[in-house]
Design a protein around this ligand. Structure first.
Ligand code: RB5
Length: 148
């Protein structure tokens, strides 16, 4: 799978470790984040990654900031993005199975590296279940159309 990764200054080390981890699982990983701890603005990274996912440049993405919240909020402003903050693997599995999340996010100041790897693995192994969930996910698009 071709997967994007994005991060701000709070998550440089974790981004590098998660990138390497996903590559070890056999994925191609595109880095849209920053590689230094110089202060930057997470909305810019969230938007960049959101656009990459919405335009199918990558199939899915992982976003990491201090909490995972700000960067996912920015990504979710891009139409077609369904970014979900996950702090443990069960949520990461369910956001794919039920919500067809195309981005997961977590916080480098919230979860440790082993939990972060478990979150990523659970998400990447999960499959969207469709059916009644498909109907609900389509409703997101309708909300976007009504609220341009
Ligand atoms: C940066 O200090 C911090 O605000 C950011 O990484 C993130 O946690 C925002 O949601």
């Amino acid at each position: 799978m071709k997967i994007g990764i994005g991060n701000d200054h709070a998550a440089v080390e974790m981004k590098m470790q998660i990138k390497e981890y996903m590559e070890g699982l056999g994925h191609e990983v595109v880095n849209y984040g920053v590689d230094t701890t110089a202060s930057c603005n997470y909305p810019e990274i969230g938007e960049r990654v959101g656009i990459a996912v919405a335009s199918d440049e990558v199939e899915a993405a992982v976003l990491i900031c201090g909490t995972g919240v700000g960067i996912s909020m920015a990504a979710n402003k891009v139409h077609g993005v369904r970014a979900a903050v996950c702090s443990e693997p069960t949520t990461a599995r369910l956001v794919k199975e039920h919500n067809n999340a195309n981005i997961i996010a977590f916080g480098a100041r919230i979860v440790g590296i082993e939990t972060a790897k478990d979150i990523v693995k659970a998400y990447l192994e999960a499959k969207f279940q469709g059916g009644r969930h498909e109907t609900r996910v389509k409703m997101f698009e309708e909300i976007e159309k009504r609220n341009k």
